[in-house]
Write a protein that binds this ligand. Structure first.
Ligand code: ATP
Ligand code: MG
Ligand code: MG
Ligand code: MG
Length: 564
């Protein structure tokens, strides 16, 4: 490639709108240009890097037998209503209508679409396990798009979804995916850490995030200084759900179900009978509209998994019974801390384990999943939300260190969260319909490009790890337009290296050497080869590796052996 035909629109000045180094350098190197908030065009230069990331991701996905497909970006509302996320997802979901007034969204993720695909395609357990993936454009109407492509609204994700007949098979694929992610980030030359991620109401250790370590990272991760333990600081404790009970301050999940109008509809939504219904309550002397139901039984909270962890830093504020409702064995608590300004009732004594509490306010019904009781179980995961450097490690072996990370990947054992609601079923070996068990696995392909720059830059610009470089080699002829022998040698070398499989950029713009060098450094090309009259006379090239500060003279016919 010749720079006379490959525009390098580099900027000398740092754009003021860019807060972090990767955003600044991507703009200065001319890799991206902003169209609108959170929307970016990838230039020919930037796209070469993005494609390199994609290529490594694809190779590793194919390597574990995942099958590439491509799903639409626009998704019908009906599917999201089936999964319950049309209500839950909130304003990050961009909703649109077609000319017939039918509702759609621009997909922020594809669990619904893949579940719909799988329920049509998968007939028998013989087809399982199976794992599909795509590299595709997502849209999330982020509340604060920032840092360029790091937190964009439109971005490229590799998303994979696996389907299984049993949990053991899910674990096997999950581990294979985890290992593939480890290879991907290693091959891309990134310093990263896999951490336990919050699984919300699903509980257990069924989810990991992969973080590129960088001070600009938006997440805090806690890890054992000398051990293996590592987790996202967002981690709230999770408790074994079945048969166990957690303290009142433990995980609460909340979903709003504005569609449900009556308590019976709520009960139907939860697929469980309402055992206690109260219509009004005297709270602090005031008649307050409250409806609470306590549902008992064998529920899993992931039936009603909330979109995000609520704010439950504070324990329940319990209103003394004397001031409030008195009922045999009942207490009244306020769910203020999780943002529900309605009182709820919890029947501790009679129902020493309540699975769900529901209340209504002007937005509709709210359902809060609660596990509590007096016999507190050991949490399955630690509470790290207030963790500080030097705390003992949750695994009891070490002290905690805290670092900043950029979430570049996320793997999740979903279980039947989606497949149950969406009736994604297959016939098992006895010919009986069974619900598919799912995993989902995302990689932020476009975010990786920015994250890599956060880790690989210096005062002169980007320092690409070789596997990510848009070109591995830059050839800079000195005064090539005036010295035909120099120009001819530069072109010969370009052809030779290209034939050897290198991506080569020949800078034939005829700029002053300092200016050409500055551009090649800014865009981060790993190897610069200078062809000059003096060098030709000596039978040498002057070379510089991007991460070194000294030139090195290489005898011309030893160059290939040296690069190789
Ligand atoms: P974050 O916590 O950064 O908002 P997320 O947990 O919402 O990310 P996931 O739903 O896990 O994201 O999506 C999978 C991957 O997609 C993330 O690990 C991340 O690398 C990438 N990603 C998510 N949101 C964005 C975004 N707004 N811009 C660029 N990449 C993103
Ligand atoms: Mg997000
Ligand atoms: Mg996240
Ligand atoms: Mg995530």
């Amino acid at each position: 490639m010749r720079s006379s035909q490959f525009p390098l629109n580099t900027l000398k000045e740092t754009p003021t709108e860019a807060e972090i180094i990767s955003h600044q350098l991507m703009l200065r190197a001319g890799m991206i240009r902003r169209l609108a908030s959170g929307l970016y065009t990838w230039s020919p230069l930037g796209l070469r890097v993005l494609r390199k990331v994609e290529a490594v991701v694809r190779e590793e996905m194919e390597g574990i037998g995942a099958l590439e497909l491509l799903m639409p970006a626009i998704q019908p509302a009906e599917l999201w209503q089936e999964s319950g996320r049309w209500q839950k997802y909130g304003p990050e979901l961009l909703r649109v209508k077609d000319r017939h007034d039918r509702e759609f969204c621009v997909g922020p993720t594809h669990e619904e679409v893949i579940s719909d695909y799988a329920r049509r395609e998968l007939k028998s357990y013989r087809q399982l396990p199976i794992c599909y993936y795509q590299v595709q454009t997502k849209f999330r109407d982020e509340i604060r798009p920032r840092f360029g492509v790091m937190r964009a609204r439109e971005f490229i994700m590799k998303d994979a979804y696996s389907f299984h007949a049993d949990v053991e098979s899910l674990r096997v694929t999950y581990q294979a995916m985890y290992d593939a992610y480890t290879r991907i980030f290693t091959r891309l030359g990134l310093k990263f850490r896999a951490v336990e991620a919050d699984t919300g109401s699903i509980g257990g250790k069924g989810s990991h995030e992969f973080h590129v370590l960088a001070d600009s990272g938006e997440d805090a991760i806690a890890y054992a200084v000398n051990g293996d333990y590592a987790a996202n600081v967002e981690m709230a404790p999770t408790f074994p759900l079945k048969g166990g009970r957690a303290p009142a301050t433990a995980s609460l999940t909340r979903v709003a179900t504005p569609n449900a109008k009556t308590i019976d509809e709520v009960a139907a939504f939860l697929n469980a009978p309402a055992t206690k219904i109260l219509k009004t309550l005297l709270v602090r002397g005031k008649e307050t509209p409250v409806v609470a139901i306590i549902l008992r039984g064998d529920h899993e909270l992931n039936d009603i998994k909330a979109t995000k962890h609520p704010l439950i830093a504070d324990p329940f504020e319990f209103i003394p019974p004397a001031e409030a409702f008195t009922h045999t064995g009942a207490n009244v608590g306020s769910l203020g801390p999780i943002g529900l300004n309605i009182p709820v009732i919890a029947d501790f004594a009679a129902a020493d384990c309540a699975d769900f509490i529901c209340g209504a306010n002007e937005d509709g019904w709210h359902i809060t999943g609660v596990n509590w009781g007096r016999d507190l179980p050991e949490p399955e995961t630690a509470d790290l939300r207030n963790a500080v450097e030097g705390d003992p490690a949750p695994d009891g072996q070490d002290k905690l260190a805290i670092a900043r990370g950029i979430e570049v990947g996320h793997v999740f054992q979903l279980g039947t969260t989606y497949s149950e609601k969406m009736h994604c079923e297959f016939l098992d070996e006895h010919g009986k319909p069974a619900t598919a068990i799912m995993g989902c696995y995302g990689i932020g392909v476009s975010r990786i490009v920015a994250a890599a720059i956060e880790q690989n830059h210096d005062d002169n610009g980007i320092v690409w790890p070789v596997p990510l470089a848009p070109f591995e080699v830059a050839i800079v002829p000195i005064n090539g337009h005036r010295a035909p022998a120099v120009q001819a040698e530069a072109e010969r070398l370009e052809a030779e290296l290209t034939a050897q499989g290198f991506n080569v950029l020949l800078d034939d713009r005829g700029l002053r050497p300092g200016v050409a060098f500055a551009d090649m450094e800014l865009i981060g090309i790993p190897l610069r080869i200078v062809v000059s009259e003096r060098g030709l006379a000596a039978g040498e090239y002057e070379t510089r590796l991007r991460w070194e500060s000294e030139n090195k003279s290489i005898i011309a016919d030893q160059l290939l052996a040296w690069i190789g």
